[in-house]
Design a binder for this molecule. Sequence first.
Ligand SMILES: Cc1cc2nc3c(=O)[nH]c(=O)nc-3n(C[C@H](O)[C@H](O)[C@H](O)COP(=O)(O)OP(=O)(O)OC[C@H]3O[C@@H](n4cnc5c(N)ncnc54)[C@H](O)[C@@H]3O)c2cc1C
Length: 568
Amino acid sequence: MSQHVVVIGAVALGPKAAARFKRLEPGSRVTLVDREKLFSYGGCGIPFFVSGEVADVAELRKTAFHMVRDAEFFRKTKGVDVRAETEAIAIDRAAKTVTLRHLPTGKEEVLAYDQLVLGMGSSPVILPVPGATLPGIFTVNSLEAAQGIRDLAAAGGVNRAVVIGAGFIGLEMAVALTDLWGIETTVIEFRDQLLPGVSGHNLASMALRHMKEKGVEFRLAEQVQSFEAGPDGRVARVITDKGSLDADLVIMSVGVRPNSELAKNAGLNVSERGGVFVDETLRTSDPAIFAGGDCVLLPHALTKAPVYLPLGSMANRQGRVIGTNLAGGKATFPPVVGTWCVKLFDLAAAGTGLTLPAAKAAGFDALCVHAGMLDRAHFYPEKGLMSLDLVVERGTGRVLGMQGLAAMGDALVGKVDVVAALLPSGPTAYDLGNVELAYSPPFAAALDILNVLGNVADNIIAGRVKGIHVDEFAALWNDGEDRIILDCREHHGIEHLLEKHPGRWFNIPQGDLAERLHELPRDKQIVLMCNTGARSYEAFVTLAHNGFTNIVSVEGGMTAVNAAGIEV
Ligand SMILES: Cc1cc2nc3c(=O)[nH]c(=O)nc-3n(C[C@H](O)[C@H](O)[C@H](O)COP(=O)(O)OP(=O)(O)OC[C@H]3O[C@@H](n4cnc5c(N)ncnc54)[C@H](O)[C@@H]3O)c2cc1C
């Protein structure tokens, strides 16, 4: 039976749902509505357009086969009618109509629907402080904003930029402004680390160090209080609780909020903070209305609580599920784990599932195991260091999440994706240690870094080794207690540490340890150190076997210590 489907929002979710439905029911009618002039674009590409890596903004609107996704494209190739610059202003669920307003003319029209899709996305949060809407302050949620920022940068009128928020978008924008345009850029973040909420503190410190080396300034744990204009009326200064900064350009990227007023006013079930509730088929509380993308809440596979995950990867997959169900299908969207990645100059950061603080907040008795290793066979010439944090439940060994940082971004994303795929089925550290993965020296190590990480976690949970993270090492290093650092590497290359810290930094190569136990004190804590943590683990086993009890091994070793910028 032919039906009319109306889809509100035409960027990621809306076009996917519309096109999938039309393919399944070519005889039905679909109207796609968006209040913006430009729609159906790759918003995730905006930072790369600003940086110049994507030369023309039009590229973000094209298909892989170079067709611009305009109204004509949708009409001819998808059989979908598009109403751009048209806002949906009200839904009458009883009458099954939606009221549209054409924004350039103000003309209103009531459109009947059989089924309705809400893909209204999100809007950037604007800080509620004086001066927040001054010219020169941008949010990065539209192609027009992206073009505006790039035009300003290209005109050479920007010397100092301030980015507010050290989440994915803020950091990508900081990279874009610094890398291509050479603009002095400072990131202000309210929390005390980069990527708050998605990355652990250790990895965030390593990423911070890298970004600082690339020239980005950071002000962490600092709160913006107002913006001041210069004589030309444009933003000129950012005032915080700790001082002020000059700025010709401000990027405000402090999070997004679901666009759900329309749903709320129509009486649909919407959370207090604005996320539309949907069931596993992505139906709202009205069976004739579906919703997805940045305006909905989804159940988390591990915590079971509804979560807000405004990610393009979610919106695109959900669009297909909705399209199938509009045509009478029985598709479901599984609970989510939250999987992400971001490029930070020469490093990539990525993660899935829960961080340690998030796991603890959700009530898990969790611990975090760190490993820093080469991402492929050590003898293969091209290789990179990968640092991984695995979050596991103490009693069961169940894996709750993993975050990482690496030079070889593709390799890191591959590892994170494996864990993301496993997480919903509740793998343990032991399972990760045994997961089957592809191997050839140019791509991986025979015992893959994920297998090693699972094994390390398994050993820690079983009490075979007691590990500490680099931040715990930094605290031990600075607390003045009488303990020794036992460096288990070969002597070569560590002489400077032995000279600098006599009586504190000792060296016994791991292979010699069993024969030189008599040189070690039994009344002091011994902190084991090597390059990555592997030899420290072996040393730990030897010492424990020989009756030493007060020993800890530094997870990730000197590689992690150096990456975190800890001075020894
Ligand atoms: C700079 C940037 C970088 C990003 N990078 C990534 C990334 O690398 N990876 C990733 O997974 N995600 C990324 N995202 C997030 C991703 O872009 C979003 O999750 C995705 O676009 C959400 O799609 P959506 O269709 O739900 O909503 P949106 O893309 O927000 O589109 C919703 C559309 O609906 C319109 N609309 C709203 N209300 C109405 C109404 N009443 N009537 C008519 N139209 C309406 C809006 O104007 C908008 O055009 C990024 C986002 C940005 C801004």
